[in-house]
Design a protein around this ligand. Structure first.
Ligand code: MEV
Length: 303
C-alpha cells in the first residue's frame, strides 16, 4: 500500500480579484488529506462519505483521476482509501487536496513518473472537468506547498506565526459568488474595477511584508482586504463577527478566505495569542482549526 498526502490552503490576499488576472497570495496549511492506494481487481473508493466504485456523485474528483490514469496506463482495478482533516466545501482546498494526493498515489503505484508541474496541471484539469471552471490556484499551492503568489507562481517566505481558521459551516457556492461579483462589476465597472485592482495591489505590497516577516503589516493588509471583500458583497455577518473576534483578541489581522458568503475566515496571530484568538472565534460560534503554514506540498508518506 502507498499513502500520499496533500495540504489545504488559505488565501492571505487576493481571492476574487485573481479571477480578473490580479495577483493573489496563497498559503498551504498543515491540515492534510491522505490517500492510500493498493492493487485490487476492481475500483474501490472509500472515504467518510461511503464506499463506491467509480462514482461521480459521491467521489467525483477521485473518479475523474482514476479515469485519467486509465488513459495513461494499463490500470484496471485499485483500492483507494481517503482520510481527510480538511473540512469539505469550506474554501480550504479540500477538493484540490484529494485530487492531488490521489494523482501522486496513483503515479507512485503505477510508476508513471509525473513531475510536480504535471501533477498540478492534471489536478487543475480534473477540477475543471468536475467544477466547470476552476482557477489553478488551489491545485498549484497544494502540489507545491509554501506561500505562493499566483499567477506568477512565485514562492514567498513561509509564514512564521500562528494561523487560526474559523469555519461558519455555512455552505456557499463559489460559482454563485464569482458570478455575483461579475454582475456587480458589470453594473458598476468604474467602482468595482478599482476595488479589484486595489486587492491585486494588496498582494504586491503584501509580498514585501511576507518576505520580511513583518506580520503586523501583513495583518493590516489582510484587514484592508477584508473591507474590500465586504465591498464586493462576499461577506456575511458570521464571517464579520469571527474576524472582529479574532482582531479584538490579539490577531495581527483577519479576513475571509476563499469565496466567502459562508465557508471560512483566517486570522494570523503571534503564537502566544493563538489560544485567545481560537477561543474568541469559538465563542462567536465558529468551528476552529489552529494550524501553521507548511512548505510541504504533495508527498509520499509511506509504502
Ligand atoms: C475561491 O476559493 C477563490 C475564488 O477566487 C475563485 C477562484 O479563484 O477560482 C473566489
Amino acid at each position: 500500500m502507498i499513502t500520499c498526502s496533500a495540504p489545504g490552503k488559505v488565501y492571505l490576499f487576493g481571492e476574487h480579484a485573481v479571477v480578473y488576472g490580479e495577483p493573489a497570495v496563497c498559503c498551504a496549511v498543515d491540515i492534510r488529506t491522505r490517500v492510500s492506494v493498493a492493487p485490487a481487481d476492481s475500483v474501490i473508493i472509500s472515504s467518510s462519505l461511503g464506499t463506491t466504485g467509480i462514482d461521480f456523485e459521491t467521489h467525483p474528483y477521485v473518479s475523474a483521476v482514476v479515469e485519467r490514469f486509465r488513459e495513461l496506463s494499463s490500470l484496471k482495478g485499485v483500492s483507494i482509501r481517503i482520510v481527510s482533516e480538511i473540512p469539505v466545501g469550506s474554501g480550504l482546498g479540500s477538493s484540490a487536496a484529494v485530487t492531488i494526493a490521489t494523482i501522486k498515489a496513483l503515479d507512485a503505484l503505477l510508476e508513471t513518473g509525473l513531475e510536480l508541474d504535471e501533477i498540478a496541471r492534471m489536478g487543475h484539469e480534473v477540477e475543471q472537468r468536475i467544477q466547470g471552471a476552476a482557477s489553478p490556484t488551489d491545485t498549484y499551492v497544494c502540489t507545491m506547498g509554501g506561500v505562493v503568489m499566483i499567477p506568477q507562481r512565485k514562492k514567498l517566505e513561509l509564514i512564521d506565526c500562528g494561523i487560526v481558521i474559523g469555519n461558519t459551516n455555512i455552505f456557499s457556492s463559489t460559482k454563485e459568488l464569482v458570478s455575483n461579483v461579475a454582475e456587480l462589476n458589470e453594473s458598476f465597472p468604474d467602482v468595482i474595477g478599482p476595488v479589484l485592482s486595489s486587492i491585486g495591489k494588496m498582494s504586491l505590497v503584501g509580498e514585501g511584508s511576507v518576505n520580511s516577516k513583518d506580520y503586523v503589516s501583513v495583518g493590516k493588509l489582510m484587514n484592508i482586504n477584508q473591507g474590500l471583500l465586504d465591498a464586493i458583497g462576499v461577506g456575511c455577518s458570521e464571517l464579520s463577527s469571527f474576524t472582529y473576534a479574532a482582531r479584538n483578541n490579539g490577531a495581527y489581522g483577519a479576513k475571509i478566505t476563499g469565496a466567502g458568503g459562508g465557508g471560512c475566515m483566517v486570522a494570523i496571530a503571534p503564537r502566544e495569542r493563538v489560544g485567545d484568538v481560537a477561543d474568541a472565534i469559538a465563542s462567536a460560534g465558529g468551528d476552529v482549526v489552529v494550524t501553521e503554514a507548511t512548505d510541504i506540498g504533495v508527498r509520499e508518506e509511506s509504502r
